[in-house]
Ligand binder design. Structure first.
Ligand SMILES: CC(C)(COP(=O)(O)OP(=O)(O)OC[C@H]1O[C@@H](n2cnc3c(N)ncnc32)[C@H](O)[C@@H]1OP(=O)(O)O)[C@@H](O)C(=O)NCCC(=O)NCCS
Length: 165
């Protein structure tokens, strides 16, 4: 594998991605298993930005700035007790394949997305995901509201984070 430093992180809109890039992005998100893959390609179309690090083996790291549905914003606001209604972008779909972890790919992907968008961003993460929390903190995100129980991962808690600007 090439050093990740040699590989730029690409930030694109869905419309400017090739069919192959869309397929690779979707495959990586599905491999992450953190999100519901039903309707994923439709949600990718509506995303604000999609970012990826491409290698010979395919996309080893991905992330996106999603456009959250009002109902979802309302749900997270209610569960966390923090009003997210002003946030129109959610950092999500962050996934790095196991063999490429610890090389700052996720940090660079999250940074590239955050610096390509000028308004506020929110994110949610599991309370035990210390790596993701470290990435969010370094980008200037702050933890808000209360932790709440995960529906997808039983026994786990979720935190809400915001980057206000
Ligand atoms: C969380 C995840 C995206 C991190 O990807 P990554 O490319 O390995 O992350 P980075 O290399 O940018 O490292 C981020 C932080 O975690 C630390 N870290 C990463 N791997 C580590 C390891 N194996 N041991 C200790 N620390 C580690 C890094 O040191 C860094 O912290 P720092 O900035 O304080 O030094 C990756 O583990 C993953 O895809 N996990 C499964 C999906 C997931 O949890 N997604 C996030 C959903 S909210």
């Amino acid at each position: 594998m090439h050093s990740n430093e040699e590989r730029p992180v690409c930030v694109k809109h869905y419309d400017t991605m090739s069919e192959e890039e869309r397929g690779e992005f979707q495959k990586a998100v599905e491999e992450g298993g953190e999100v519901d893959s039903d309707g994923l390609s439709e949600r990718m179309k509506h995303a604000r930005l999609l970012a990826y690090a491409a290698f010979e083996q395919g996309f080893l790291g991905v992330g996106g700035l999603k456009q959250p549905a009002g109902s979802y914003l309302g749900k997270v606001s209610r569960l966390s007790g923090y009003d997210l209604s002003g946030y129109c972008a959610e950092l999500g779909w962050v996934y790095v394949t196991p063999e490429a972890r610890g090389m700052r790919l996720a940090s660079r992907i999250a940074e590239a997305l955050s610096s390509s968008y000028e308004k506020g961003i929110f994110a949610t993460t599991r309370s035990d995901n210390v790596h993701m929390q470290s990435i969010l903190l370094k980008l200037g995100f702050a933890r808000v509201g209360n932790e709440y129980r995960s529906v997808e991962h039983s026994g786990k808690k979720i935190q809400a984070w915001v980057l206000s600007r």
